[in-house]
Design a protein around this ligand. Sequence first.
Ligand SMILES: [Zn+2]
Length: 320
Amino acid sequence: MAEEIIESDDFVRNAYIIINEMLDLSNHTTEDTTVLVDEILHSIFFLGTITNSAYTPKKILDVKFAEIKALYPKPFECYSSQLPRRSPFSCVLDMIVRLTGQENEKGIQTTLQRLIDDLRKGAKSDQKCLFSSAICISQAGQSSVKHYGVSMSTSTRDAREIMVAVSCCHEWDEYVAGAVMTYFPNKKKNKSKDRKTEIDGTIRLPENVKCRAFSLLDGKVKPPCRSCANLFSLKTSTIEKWPYGNCAESESLSNLFKNEAQVKNRVELQTPMSWTAEYKEGAKKTLLTFLKNSLKKVNFNQDMIVYTPTISGEKVNVHI
Ligand SMILES: [Zn+2]
């Protein structure tokens, strides 16, 4: 696949490979997965436009531009005016989970690793570009349903911060969002308006909930980092600390809570007194102001409307 591309830039190259892979997977299943293709097109085009104005859909898709635009028009209309809820690789994860089967953990991991190997093989730089470096599996008890998540698939600090902010406000379960909002964007615990009280939405997981994370670069076990230990009271011995909200644990736990109400009901706030409706509202306001300013920095001067992918009843096949 990569040989057809003359473009030397990793963003454009990886974007093309990932989109092609999603179209290929969507073509080879009887399931209607067009909503995921629509969503990833928008998410990638958005990241392209805020990263470098030269990364246009035309540049990314090259000779396939017209065909893909005709089949999925909405991402092309909205990528420069609306925000994605999650970073692109989360759509790849969803697609692979649907096609491989929710319980086939090894199969999901291997398929994602294979794609990432392809992306890294021909890359010009070592920088992670449009793919995630970790996957996390959360479940309540050993024989219960597995819920997956991947780390942020962004390659610049601005893009990562924008995606963490949008995911907090519009995508993640309220407990995950609350925990992340405690430390994000300020790294230290955010303070309430009177500047005295520390607001704290961090959580304690029910005893039987386990998170296991693996590197998608080498398949090795990844213990939770210090930030995730702070957010979700996970035990760890590592000193590694990734930016708040960046890791695969957030998406994976969010999927667990969204899908299993009886597990979510047993989640406890670390300090319930400091996470009242008023404090929560204040934290969200701070975050929205931060998001607005971050978007301005990358020349995105639109209202903060979130994109809704097209749900198609009919399957669309693209010739790839
Ligand atoms: Zn972490």
